[in-house]
Ligand binder design. Structure first.
Ligand code: HEM
Length: 428
């Protein structure tokens, strides 16, 4: 925690000289080596590190791809083929970036649901959580623009459908929506001009994400990590230093994640994409089913569940923005759902709802799917706006462990237990 005094000792004369002028080594030592981490963290706490890894992979592979990619309507489609066939290691780097986008979202959703389950959004972590919501919004904008770049049929039509959503604003001020859409397109239809600006923004936004991540981790290091018991650190036996304990666990988590990543990359590099994107963009041929990538499907289902176009757009954006308010919508006295016998069930129903919405988002917008999507959309919002405030008040939480140490070592706090000594020998 930030209030924890620094016991960094420079080991070389240069280290001491630098520390008195720009204490970067001290910062790294305090925040990434000696930082106190609750001793009861499980593997779900490795996803923050996994996400940081995903961001670095996307940045490096993206910068290399941009060296060979041509952001023009005439050349974009073929330049991707050129990258995969002719550029050195292009066969590796292009799928790494494309599969990497899916893996990034997979990790972000697990990280987000971890936060939801263990109440990591509750005081004092509200800003940390809200920064996370901004990160996911920026990730969505980046992924949407990135998907346009291969300039295949699905790229072109996804851009057409999603940018056109802004035309629904015409029902508020006639002409306003159309004006915004034409401004976004840079013309009267999606064209190479649109592609070019999307490329520029797709290159820019990851750096905005990186900036948000720095703020996110800064906020985390001010308030400290939550943990599966949802308890605060009270005594020295409740925590272990980040290095080597949390770092080694993070590395195990990263390698396990990279195995799944590699499986897709090497064996199913195009599985998560759409076959129509191997056909070059054609403004005169609309594909029969325009579907977004899997990570947008639940939101796409919400968009289509509402009969009015403007209503659908509002519902879709609200489904993410509502997350900003949950630190105040959740009235529970305890953080972790582990100790919330009623909320737990609603939480798992919410997870099923998101998966069901994702499934329905890929199906045609016809009966009975639309009715199902409406029911699940209703539950999606009810979970945040009705269930969270009410269940928090009526539910009696289960008895919490007395401390984080007790959560790991059982009642008595591990007095005389050897497991504790093994976990943090320097604290005994
Ligand atoms: C590029 C994306 C992101 C990166 C690199 C990132 C990074 C991290 C890291 C390193 C941690 C500490 C380790 C851990 O608890 O796993 C963390 C914690 C946290 N993140 Fe993120 N994060 C990202 C996105 C998000 C999103 C989308 C949300 C939610 C909307 C979020 C919410 C949180 C919360 C609430 C915590 C504190 C968790 C706790 O201590 O229990 N993060 N993040």
């Amino acid at each position: 925690m930030s209030s924890h005094e620094s016991n960094y000792q420079p080991t070389t004369r240069f280290g001491k000289w630098l520390d008195e002028r720009l204490p970067v080594n001290r910062l790294v030592y305090d925040q990434l080596v000696a930082f106190p981490t609750p001793r009861n963290l499980n593997y779900l706490w490795t996803f923050g590190g996994i996400l940081a890894l995903c961001l670095v992979v996307q940045l490096i592979t993206g910068i290399v791809l941009a060296m060979h990619y041509q952001p023009s309507g005439e050349e974009a489609f073929n330049s991707l083929d050129h990258i995969r066939r002719n550029v050195n290691y292009g066969w590796l780097i292009q799928p790494m970036h494309a599969v990497g986008a899916s893996m990034f979202f997979l990790a972000a959703y697990i990280h987000l649901f971890r936060g939801l389950y263990y109440g990591s959004y509750k005081a004092p972590r509200e800003i940390l959580w809200i920064l996370g919501v901004f990160i996911i919004l920026a990730m969505m904008a980046t992924a949407f623009m990135g998907y346009s770049l291969p300039w295949g049929q699905m790229s072109f039509w996804a851009v057409t459908v999603i940018t056109n959503l802004f035309s629904s604003l015409d029902s508020i001020i006639p002409g306003m929506g159309t004006a915004i859409v034409e401004w976004l397109w840079g013309g009267y239809s999606v064209s190479g001009t649109t592609l070019n600006r999307f490329f520029s923004l797709h290159y820019l936004l990851p750096f905005v994400i990186a900036g948000l991540v720095i703020l996110h981790i800064w906020a985390l290091h001010v308030v400290g990590q939550n943990n599966p018991a949802g308890l605060d650190i009270k005594s020295d036996s409740d925590w272990v230093p980040m290095y080597p304990y949390a770092v080694s666990k993070d590395v195990v988590g990263m390698f396990a994640f990279l195995l799944i990543f590699a499986w897709f990359m090497f064996f199913l590099p195009d599985y998560l994409g759409h076959a129509d994107n191997f056909v070059e963009a054609d403004p005169l041929v609309t594909p029969p089913h325009i579907v977004p990538e899997w990570y947008f499907l639940p939101f796409y289902a919400i968009l289509r569940a509402i009969p009015s176009k403007l209503g659908g757009v509002i519902a879709m954006f609200s489904s993410i923005l509502v997350l900003v308010f949950i630190p105040w919508l959740d009235t529970a006295r305890v953080r972790s759902a582990k100790y919330r016998p009623i909320f737990k069930w609603f939480f798992w129903l919410f997870v099923i709802t998101c998966i069901a919405l994702g499934y329905l988002g890929a199906l045609p917008a016809e009966e009975p799917y639309v009715t199902y999507a409406r029911l699940f959309t209703a539950y999606y919002f009810a979970f945040f706006l009705i269930i969270m405030p009410i269940v928090g008040i009526i539910e009696t939480p289960k008895k919490l462990p007395g401390s984080i140490t007790e959560d790991v070592l059982g009642p008595g706090g591990g007095k005389g237990a050897s497991a504790g000594a093994a976990a943090a020998p320097e604290k005994r």
